[in-house]
Design a protein around this ligand. Structure first.
Ligand SMILES: Nc1ncnc2c1ncn2[C@@H]1O[C@H](COP(=O)(O)OP(=O)(O)O)[C@@H](O)[C@H]1O
Ligand SMILES: [Mg+2]
Length: 276
């Protein structure tokens, strides 16, 4: 097999038996329970599950912000020991700097990494185009809508060119109409840049729309309960066709059922029944 072909099919991220316990004043809180998952290079994986089931905990461990209580997290075959340039993060809360213009926010990481000005401007210019921010380069965050600001956050993460992008409900605070546009743009951006993406959402529609594969987590302590393949992302997606595509809508229904089982499940017996 040629080198680059082997590369495109290999696992970028491998999580094995990831268990995390937070020590709190009220005693230990077990957030996750033996999470196993692999993400292939270039794959877009979304994660859904009930609130408080451990999704953000898993993302933070992938980012290297927290260390597993048990189990291991590998990126490119090496144990994740802390944050790294190979992994970029986009959170729901805006993480852009109010005193910097759009252009200088997007280029911020590159300035810190001392990328020469010409290369920096080329990258920033390309991302401004790709994220629909053309014409807004010299604006400050307070002069932008919420959707525009989130585009800046996305562009800034992409600018640093990490292999892996970790996104935690990045569009949750954006109004519903803008969200649809941002989701379509994200599909295009990922198509153009081939990143490996791990994306958390509480919207099942969003999870299926964006993904090559949707993971469903159980209620806390979270485990991966199911993985559902979603064909055809490479060909691009738009909401108009997605909504009338019966195969896609069947997947949405399937994921909804799996998530609802976890929301409804309270007794251990119920949880055993849904893991079959
Ligand atoms: N820093 C922390 N200290 C103590 N408990 C935490 C901390 N972060 C998360 N938790 C707890 O861990 C569980 C999982 O949280 P989280 O991963 O944020 O869930 P999700 O993102 O799925 O909503 C919750 O019960 C939450 O209260
Ligand atoms: Mg969360």
């Amino acid at each position: 097999m040629p080198d680059d072909m082997a590369k495109s099919t290999q696992n970028k991220i491998v999580v094995s038996g990831f268990r995390h316990v937070f020590e709190t004043d009220d005693g230990p809180v077990q957030a996750t329970d033996r999470v196993d998952l692999s993400i292939r290079a270039g794959e877009f994986v979304t994660l859904v599950g009930p609130s408080g089931c451990g999704k953000t905990t898993l993302l933070k461990a992938l980012a290297g912000f927290i260390r597993p209580t048990e189990g291991s997290i590998l990126c490119d075959g090496a144990t994740v020991l802390g944050p790294g340039r190979d992994r970029g993060v986009v959170f729901q809360e805006l993480a852009i700097l109010p005193w910097r213009t759009v252009r200088r926010n997007i280029g911020h990481g590159l300035e810190i990494a001392r990328v020469p000005r010409a290369a920096r401007e080329a990258t920033v210019g390309r991302l401004i185009e790709l994220t629909g921010l053309a014409g807004f380069e010299e604006r400050y965050p307070h002069e932008l809508s919420g959707g525009m600001r989130q585009r800046v956050a996305v562009a800034r993460t992409w600018a640093a060119d990490p292999d892996v992008i970790l996104m935690d409900e990045p569009f949750a605070a954006v109004d519903a109409m803008t969200r649809l546009t941002l989701q379509e743009e994200l599909v295009r951006l990922c198509g153009a840049t081939g990143k490996t993406v791990f994306f958390i959402t509480h919207s099942v529609d969003e999870a299926v729309f964006l993904a090559d594969r949707v993971l469903v987590m159980t209620r806390r302590p979270g485990r991966i309960k199911a993985a559902i393949d979603v064909p055809g992302r490479a060909a691009g997606r738009d909401w108009e066709s997605f909504k009338i595509d019966s195969a896609m809508q069947a997947i949405v229904e399937q994921v909804l059922r799996l998530v609802r089982e976890e929301r409804g499940a309270t007794a251990p017996a119920a949880s055993a029944a849904v893991t079959k």
